[in-house]
Design a protein around this ligand. Structure first.
Ligand code: DON
Length: 557
């Protein structure tokens, strides 16, 4: 079935499912800390902090650097969400989600001829405007100073490590990677494989980044890089026009705030489902004493799974771009959460079709990336951004050197077509010109008494929110030290398919057997990549934790 192409998954995240989650790597500091998947980008962030930049300066520099050093998800051609928590001031969400071009039709993916690797799968990129908005609002260093490290990495080249080499070799080995410019830019001569230690130089991307550094974000949206993108779109039937690019705006939005066990948890609002789903699951879980039940008890895990299941059904029913769709208040309503708790049978899994018999949802794919930053003054940034699939639609814009997203596939693909095979056709997340597609990205910051105590987030498509929930429960309910909380096996239920994904099948066979007894279907799968920071409010010590499921570095001052 051609529609199955929408569930395309790629390369490096597909580690052997039998592998147990590796130990996380931690750094402690009383100064600034940067944690991200790409070691050279973490180094860039640390240098920015050491030379007088604040957390937003460092975050912007890391994001541009990862557009060079982590092509799987780091980007200028995609979009994302950045939570900013300045000390003593309100937490905000800089939202820079991609947008449907004006020419996008509601049935773009309906007949299956447009695939995720099509030029038409690209939404109008938001990253450059988003980073510029964050910098304009919070940055301390000149703009050029936070973009230039990325220019240098692209121009001089950087060393490819084993993880990046594997990711590149996988995507290049895939016959579906047909874009000649992608192969020219990221391939090795004579189809040789990449090996760790070799250098990757990206001169066209350096040119684009230099234009952004010197002329500001307008260079990307209205200058030469914009012309190059539009030329590429015209040559390949893509939808993005000069007018779409010129019209793109990032938003400074009020985050979703919820309380949990006395902590304040802040997540992104729609067009991400993340903040509201975190709020609702936590609202349900607060009705129980999870700690007393025990972290790996069947009782606690059954409740966590059921809370996820009910919440993902609500997400499918009603969430979309808030500029187009009225978002219900129920997600943050504790009375509504109590009603869900009352519907959860502690002795039996409720079949998904009974949770919401009217709706069925589709599954998502790789790859995104999350990073966390805190500066010496306590300003925290939690940023998740993405190209949607690994390497987006695997199209490099000729002359501009950057990879395009395929975020349009995050819209519901076929209007009115909701099937038990896993498609959703409901209205709130349908394609419409200028609309933002619903996201799962969930960068969060947690405050206690007004002070940041935790910064976390993850990639993983629809699993993202549940990865974040696992880390939150580990820390806030079970007081786990952050390295353990990040390394602990994660769980996911997204309502449909009616199945639990669990990383700890090998480590917790008794739990798995008990969950099956309760009526759950459990399958093993790895989940997420949560580069996080914890702050001890008593000592002020920051613990940066690199999730080693993939790669990563925690760099501290
Ligand atoms: O915004 C979203 O929810 C998706 N485009 C994220 C994709 C993703 O996380 C894939 N990563 N592993």
């Amino acid at each position: 079935m051609r529609h199955m192409l929408l569930a395309l998954t790629v390369t490096v995240l597909a580690l052997p499912s039998a592998a147990q989650p590796p130990k996380a790597e931690a750094v402690e500091s009383k100064g600034g800390v940067v944690v991200c998947v790409s070691p050279p980008a973490a180094d860039v962030g640390l240098v920015v902090l050491k030379t007088g930049g604040n957390a937003v300066d460092a975050a912007v520099a890391v994001a541009f650097a990862m557009a060079v050093t982590w092509p799987e998800a780091g980007n200028v051609g995609g979009g994302g969400f950045m939570m900013v928590a300045p000390p003593g001031k309100e937490v905000r969400c800089i939202e820079y989600r991609e947008t449907a071009p004006a020419a996008a039709k509601v049935d773009l993916f309906a007949d299956g001829t447009v695939t995720p690797l099509d030029h038409k799968a690209a939404g109008v990129p938001g990253t450059v405007r988003g980073l510029a908005l964050a910098h304009q609002k919070y940055g301390r260093l000149p703009w050029a100073d936070v973009v230039r490290p990325a220019v240098k990495l692209a121009e001089d080249g950087f060393t490819v490590n084993a993880v990046l080499a594997r990711g590149l070799n996988n995507v290049l080995a895939d016959a579906k990677t047909t874009n000649a410019e992608f192969r020219r830019v990221y391939g090795r001569p004579n189809k040789e494989e990449w090996t760790a230690g070799e250098k990757l130089v990206l001169p066209d991307l350096a040119k684009t980044l230099r234009a952004i550094a010197e002329k500001g974000p307008d260079a990307f949206y209205t200058g030469d890089p914009a012309d190059l993108l539009v030329k590429e779109m015209k040559a390949h039937g893509g939808l993005i026009t000069k007018a779409d690019l010129a019209a793109y705006k990032a938003n400074d939005r009020e985050p979703v705030r919820t309380t949990y066990r006395g902590f304040d948890v802040y997540g992104p609002p729609p067009p991400s489902a993340g903040g509201l789903c975190v709020a609702q699951v936590l609202g349900v879980l607060e009705n129980y004493d999870l700690k007393k039940l025990g972290r790996w008890s069947p009782e606690a895990n059954h409740l966590i799974i059921e809370a996820m299941k009910f919440t993902y059904a609500d997400r499918a029913r009603s969430l979309g771009d808030p500029d187009f769709v009225k978002i219900p208040q129920t997600f943050r309503d504790r009375e509504y959460a109590k009603k869900i708790a009352a519907r959860i049978d502690p002795k039996r899994a409720t079949p998904s079709l009974k949770v919401a018999p009217d709706l069925v949802i589709d599954k998502e794919s790789d790859s995104t990336t999350h990073f966390s930053v805190i500066d010496k003054d306590g300003m925290a940034v939690s940023n998740t951004y993405t190209l949607e699939n690994s390497y987006g639609n695997r199209v490099v814009v000729p002359g501009a050197g950057y990879i395009l997203n395929n975020e349009m596939t995050d819209f519901n693909p076929r209007p009115g077509w909701t099937t038990s095979a896993g498609q959703i056709g409901t209205k709130p997340n349908r394609i419409e010109p200028g609309r933002r597609m619903l996201s799962s990205q969930t960068p969060v910051v947690v405050l206690n008494d007004g002070k940041v105590v935790l910064v976390t987030g993850s990639p993983g498509g629809r699993t993202i929110t549940n990865t974040v929930l696992c880390v939150l429960v580990n820390v806030l309910d079970f007081d786990m030290p952050l390295p353990d909380a990040v390394a602990a096996p994660r769980m996911h239920h997204q309502w449909l398919p009616d199945a639990v994904r669990f990383e700890g099948v090998k480590q917790h066979p008794e739990l798995v057997a008990a969950l099956k007894e309760l009526g759950h279907t459990v399958a093993e799968a790895r989940q997420g990549d949560a580069h996080s920071i914890a702050i001890d409010p008593k000592t002020g010590v920051r613990t940066g934790v690199a999730d080693k499921r993939l790669d990563g570095k925690a760099a501290g001052e």
